[in-house]
Design a protein around this ligand. Structure first.
Ligand SMILES: [Mg+2]
Length: 234
């Protein structure tokens, strides 16, 4: 249930009236960054690259990070440079332990109150997204998962995925919630309201190779997604 805001606070609440599509990143957005699932995925990617190229873990890590930097994701680099079969890679790296994830009743209620379509937009795969949503108790709230297959293996922030989704939304006004600031640049370009969950992680800032290009593309900077979803005007 959305809590009733006192008038002064309500007046200051962010205005999302008219938004009909709600687009959420998955990892480090729908669960706290301190759960650190990516550390497990990161280690599995290193393992995959080391086995594929028959090199040491240290050398594999250099390749992995170079592909992430130059191709948007490690997978995209492996596909471009080595013809890797994406499904094989995705199944391997997402086979991780989700024990740190816990349902958040406030988050569930905050998403449940949003009117219209609710979509997951992730650079991961649908199997991973479904497992995470189930562990978080959020499965029933989302009608669609746009994963890396749906975008033709072109990861965020590649513009093509945003354009495809925008076309599918058919003129509905949309808002996107995301912890990686650079992934909101194309969201802003296609006209969506952008919400940056600034969680302080390296992924949030994207590190020195991917500095946030100013914050002109950010409409709302937030630190607590469940609270924000309760507070916005809809
Ligand atoms: Mg994320």
């Amino acid at each position: 249930m959305a809590r009733e805001l006192p008038p002064t606070e309500a007046a200051a609440a962010a205005d999302f009236r008219g938004i009909e599509a709600w687009i959420f990143d998955l990892d480090n957005t729908l669960y706290p960054a301190h759960c650190d699932l990516f550390a497990q995925i990161d280690t599995k990617m290193t393992r995959y690259v080391a086995d594929l190229l028959d090199v040491s873990d240290d050398d594999a890590r250099i390749v992995q990070k170079a592909y992430y930097r130059d191709h948007g994701t490690t997978l995209n680099g492996l596909m471009q440079r080595h013809g890797v079969e994406p499904e094989d890679f995705l199944a391997f790296v997402h086979d991780i332990d989700l024990a740190t994830l816990e349902p958040d009743a406030i988050l569930h209620a905050g998403i449940a109150r949003l009117p219209g379509r609710r979509v997951i937009f992730t650079n991961g795969c649908t199997n991973h997204a479904e497992r995470v949503l189930a562990k978080l108790g959020l499965t029933d709230l989302f009608s669609e998962i746009w994963d890396i297959r749906a975008t033709g293996y072109r990861p965020k922030p590649d513009r093509s995925g945003y354009d495809a989704m925008q076309a599918q939304l058919g003129g509905r006004r949309a808002a996107m919630f995301e912890d990686a600031a650079r992934n909101l640049v194309p969201a802003h370009e296609v006209g969506w309201t952008t919400v940056w969950l600034k969680n302080g992680s390296v992924w949030s800032k994207q590190g020195p190779e991917h500095p946030v290009p100013g914050e002109e593309h950010i409409h709302h900077t937030i630190f607590d997604l469940p609270q924000f979803l309760h507070d916005i005007r809809i």
